[in-house]
Write a protein that binds this ligand. Sequence first.
Ligand code: C2E
Ligand code: MG
Ligand code: MG
Ligand code: MG
Length: 290
Amino acid sequence: AAKAAGKDQAAVYDVSLRLDQAERVRLLERLRASVDAGEFAVHYQPIVSLDDARPVAVEALVRWTLPGRAPISPDRFIPATEDSGLIVTLGEWVLRQACADAVVWHRRWGTTLTVNVSPRQLVDPNFTTKALAALRDSGLPPDALTLEITEGVLVRAGADAHQALLHLSALRAEGVRVAIDDFGTGYSSLAYLRDLPIDVLKIDRSFMPADNADTQQAALVRAIVDLAAGLGLTTVAEGVETADHADLLRDLGCERGQGYHFARPIPAAGLMALLSGADTRQPDPAEKVP
Ligand code: C2E
Ligand code: MG
Ligand code: MG
Ligand code: MG
């Protein structure tokens, strides 16, 4: 049995993005078992204020953590969980776990949380109820949570687009914020910026210039930042990998950045240490940490 399991796993790692029907079924069985076995973890990547490089928020990024393996990136398994609907279960677990972790940082440092939400979750009639329960049970205030959706969310929700919009509007009315993730890479039109209830634009990392001579990319970033400012939206640049990126973004008026230049996604304990290190307040001996 162990040998068979090993073989199944090999199939998962080798071809997770292009699976035939049988492999897809095996991957899904393995994922389902992993949900039950608790073989997932949430890692966190800081989002910094570009003015002073201080972390102001963290993005929750799920990892598949099979015993004896390096954590597996969600790009390799999220698509299968979306096709099957398993993302509804997994996504709820991520949201609950992330809220529970983030409430500690939020109380201590005011750090807010962003969580990725798949279109499939947004057509679940119970999504608003589940999200509000995650907030209430953790104690994280709704205005400390941002949900990240992609431009194509309404297209992919299809006939249920109305349901997705209702969830976003209902949660926003409670104070939750909404961000468009990977902005600029979808095939949707600018009409989405008008029609979707949103607060934040995350500029996709593919727009980061290769070098200082790459003025075309810089022009695109400038256009997106100006567009967002005109609409009263906050901009976050993804994939900030160099000091040059950070300098350029600051010059263009982009408020926030996220990327390897600042920090990689790390487990909760490491993030806690990072935030402590970034805390320049005088320690208060009377302060009680929950
Ligand atoms: P995303 O939401 O756009 O997250 C940013 C991705 O870029 C993360 O990949 C992060 O590790 C990576 N990244 C951050 N900084 C840099 C950088 O400077 N350079 C480069 N090259 N990459 C950088 P990750 O963690 O592998 O996640 C991939 C995607 O999987 C996410 O893209 C998101 O769409 C999806 N995802 C992650 N967690 C969840 C989740 O809990 N639920 C859902 N539905 N999707 C998730
Ligand atoms: Mg994201
Ligand atoms: Mg992104
Ligand atoms: Mg992405």
